[in-house]
Design a protein around this ligand. Structure first.
Ligand code: TYM
Length: 341
């Protein structure tokens, strides 16, 4: 069979489950902006509101607000809704329609092995929603409904992207087609896994009960600086090479955050700061973080003053998205044997 040539297209999504963190920014959004500006891909970025309701009931007004705030966060960080297609998942119904088909392709065993399912369902899997279990099939549909070839994400999404590849491979094999691309994860940069500021062995997460554990993209300059000053560290000075950070998770995390914000490799940060104590290094990091993040947070609040404009952008994004998704869904139905008339 001749190999299909797919248009280079990047897709990624973020859950509007409340509050964007520095982890989302360094692990994902920064890369979204770079891929958009590189000009070698079509780029589609998504607020995944259908995913956000899988873990808990979110108050409807809160979900709407989170979704608009996330949209503001994308734009304030540099996503240009003219250059990229910026959408809210539920406004492009083909995501959910393809997800149903993928529910019939993916195997229960595959889903049961997902570490995020195990972590999020915890000891009480019986009480978890069916949506939480099927979550990665919807994620595969998000990507493949655009025939996306590249997916920029943080390190924690690696396993879900492997599953996306498995679903595409099985669909293509079962129906004897070369229809869905085998997507490439793009997990790059110094901060693909930003850790908790109070515990460098755990991921920074918006769901952590401690505010001090993370930097939110809505934090003002003072709060950002305070959280960095209070971050957990050790009494030793910074080493002169990255190997010296191996057994120092809190120190390594701050160096990686610095590197991510400065767009430089961690070794370059150590070249500059080797021998420094944390009192000094945290001051430099706080200045850098405030200079990069405070303008984003103030632009987010400005954009949130006009939610009608945000809704207009999302409406327009959905129209543009559907020019891609409707024909791909139609063709998928046709391959499967569903009557189209
Ligand atoms: P979500 O909403 O948990 O996170 C959004 C993006 O931020 C990255 N990220 C991090 N990166 C580095 N360090 C951290 N501490 C950190 N925390 C979060 C995540 O890796 C992700 O890239 N399932 C996805 C959303 C999704 C999606 C998709 C992604 C739905 N459909 C299709 C890509 C393609 C999620 O829950 O991300």
């Amino acid at each position: 069979m001749a190999k299909t040539q797919f248009t280079p297209r990047a897709f990624s999504g973020i859950q509007p489950s409340g509050g964007l963190t520095l982890g989302n920014y360094l692990g994902a959004i920064k890369r979204f902006v770079e891929m958009q500006d590189a000009g070698s891909y079509e780029t589609v970025y998504c607020m995944v509101d259908l995913h956000a309701i899988t873990a808990r009931l979110i108050d409807p007004a809160e979900l709407r607000n989170n979704t608009r705030e996330l949209c503001a966060g994308f734009i304030a960080s540099g996503i240009d809704p003219e250059k990229s297609i910026l959408i809210n998942q539920s406004q492009v119904p083909e995501h959910a329609q393809l997800a149903w088909i993928f529910n019939c392709i993916a195997r229960m065993g595959w889903m049961g092995r997902m570490t995020q399912w195990k972590d999020k369902s915890g000891k009480n899997a019986e009480a978890a929603s069916l949506g939480l279990f099927a979550y990665p099939a919807l994620m595969a549909a998000d990507i493949l409904i655009y025939h996306a070839t590249h997916v920029p994400v943080g390190d924690d999404q690696k396993q879900h992207l492997e599953l996306t590849r498995d679903i595409a491979t099985k669909f293509n094999h079962d129906y004897g087609v070369d229809f869905f691309p085998i997507t490439k994860p793009v997990i790059e940069g110094a901060a693909t896994r930003v850790m908790n500021l109070q515990d460098g062995t755990r991921k920074m997460s918006k769901s952590d009960p401690s505010e001090k554990s993370r930097i939110n993209m809505t934090d003002d300059a003072d709060t950002i600086a305070k959280k960095i000053r209070k971050a957990k560290t050790d009494p030793d000075p910074l080493p002169d090479n990255v190997a010296g950070l191996t057994a120092r998770p809190d120190a390594r995390n701050l160096v990686n955050i610095y590197a991510g914000l400065a767009d430089t490799p961690p070794q370059a940060v150590l070249d500059e700061h080797a021998g420094a104590l944390f009192g000094h290094f945290k001051g430099a990091l706080a200045d850098l973080a405030v200079s990069k993040l405070a303008p984003i947070s103030s632009e987010m609040s400005r954009l949130m003053q006009d939610t009608t404009e945000i809704d207009r952008i999302l409406g327009r994004g959905a129209e543009r998205a559907r020019e891609i998704t409707v024909p791909i869904l139609e063709k998928t139905y046709d391959i499967i044997g569903m009557i189209r008339s």
